[in-house]
Design a binder for this molecule. Structure first.
Ligand SMILES: [Zn+2]
Ligand SMILES: [Zn+2]
Length: 397
């Protein structure tokens, strides 16, 4: 069956590339994937899926199901569809036609590959033991619109026994895939701090409370949280990426605001850091006679690949692509992904798909304005998704 899938995936390569280029030219931001969703639904209708839900749970998500001729469980595959507010600088003929919006995270490729998978599975119902649910998810890049969490709360995983997803990965060359069991990507949370002082003339600091000086202490102290309160064997990052305050060189302002992100691979550490930040803020601002406001915005949890589905995926991908093309990645990365929400509910595996091609100049990182995908990787992605879905269902029927 693997030879059949590989050749079928190659046969539809041109179409998958065409879909990807169309999506790439007309990217849409998180939560506004209206035309993308319509495009996806059109194609799925054309292929003849057995069930199709547009605007799932009042969002732009499209959820489809393909039912096999044999009884069995349900397996899900997810592709995200949103783009980023980036000005594309690739100069490619299929570059974004929408000013300031770009598919710089490869979600155009994810959507096109899952459409390819749908197309193949619709021709292979005799080999499906159960059902394959295809989740075309909006809003992966932002926390404030209807992404994975919203779909799960509305039952998108009902009856699902396992879930898989691919993400293009510019550090791996085309032809290779990689994954690892256990912690794979970090949690990603945001915090905002307002340091409140008391405005005064710069020449009379004793008559006010200087929030800029307090903020300097805050920046310094918060950077000690990871180094002094977290086990060095538990990776964590705290970065303050934004600081704003003041109007003029001769005025001590009323307040300063700071914003930062926290990344961890461990839920216990993730829960502890905001408490430590608040404690430090209280101590520092009190010492200087100031005050503070602290806001913590929960983002995505750490992405933990299930041991069983991941060992299974690695074995099956080796069967499909050859041992040398499947890499057991050693290290997680501190990036975030909302696929982690699905993995909190059902076992599953997040897989990296190599798309790097130095000869074609495809070397830029995700979210870069020159990011591109080597389209030779698209049929590999289609074959992996199709094979994993069929094999998981077969071995669990
Ligand atoms: Zn991204
Ligand atoms: Zn992404």
């Amino acid at each position: 069956m693997k030879a059949e899938i590989l050749s079928k995936a190659q046969e539809i390569k041109e179409e998958v590339v065409e879909w990807r280029r169309h999506l790439h030219m007309y990217p849409e931001l998180s939560g506004r994937e209206f035309n993308t969703a319509e495009f996806v639904a059109e194609k799925l209708k054309e292929f003849g899926v057995d069930r199709l839900v547009e605007n799932f749970a009042d969002s732009t998500a499209v959820v489809a199901e393909i039912t096999g001729e044999k009884p069995g469980k349900t397996v899900a595959i997810r592709a995200d569809m949103d783009a980023l507010p980036t000005e594309e600088k690739t100069g490619k003929p299929y570059a974004s036609r929408i000013k300031g919006v770009m598919h710089s995270c490869g979600h155009d490729a994810h959507t096109a590959m899952l459409l390819g998978t749908a197309r193949l599975l619709c021709q292979m119902r005799d080999k499906i033991h159960g059902k394959v649910r295809l989740i075309f998810q909006p809003c992966e890049e932002r926390h404030d619109c209807k992404g994975a969490k919203h779909l799960i709360e509305n039952g998108v995983l009902e009856g699902v026994s396992a879930i898989f997803a691919l993400h293009v990965f510019p550090e791996l060359p085309t032809g290779k895939v990689g994954t690892k069991p256990g912690p794979f990507l970090a949690s990603s949370d945001v915090f905002r701090v307002k340091v409140i002082g008391k405005s005064t003339h710069a020449s009379r600091p004793h008559q006010g409370i200087d929030p800029i000086l307090i903020s300097a202490q805050v920046v310094n102290t918060l950077h000690h949280i990871v180094s002094r309160y977290v086990d060095p064997l538990d990776p964590a990052v705290l970065t303050i990426g934004k600081i704003c305050g003041g109007f003029a060189e001769n005025v001590i302002p009323d307040e300063v605001t700071l914003e930062g992100t926290i990344r961890t691979l461990n839920s216990e550490v993730r829960d502890r850091i905001p408490k430590l930040i608040e404690k430090a803020l209280w101590g520092i601002t009190t010492a200087y006679g100031g005050a503070f406001k602290f806001e913590f915005e929960e983002g995505t949890p750490p992405l933990i690949n299930d041991e069983v589905t991941t060992r299974f995926s690695v074995g099956k991908m080796r069967e499909l692509l050859g041992d040398e093309n499947v890499i057991l990645l050693e290290k997680p990365t501190m990036g975030g992904e909302d696929f982690s929400f699905y993995l909190q509910e059902v076992p599953g595996t997040f897989i990296r798909l190599g798309i790097r091609n130095e000869e074609k100049g495809i070397i830029y990182p995700l979210h870069n304005s020159k990011f591109d995908v080597d389209e030779d990787a698209l049929p590999i992605g289609v074959a992996v998704e199709t094979f994993l879905a069929l094999e998981w269902l077969k071995s669990h029927s």
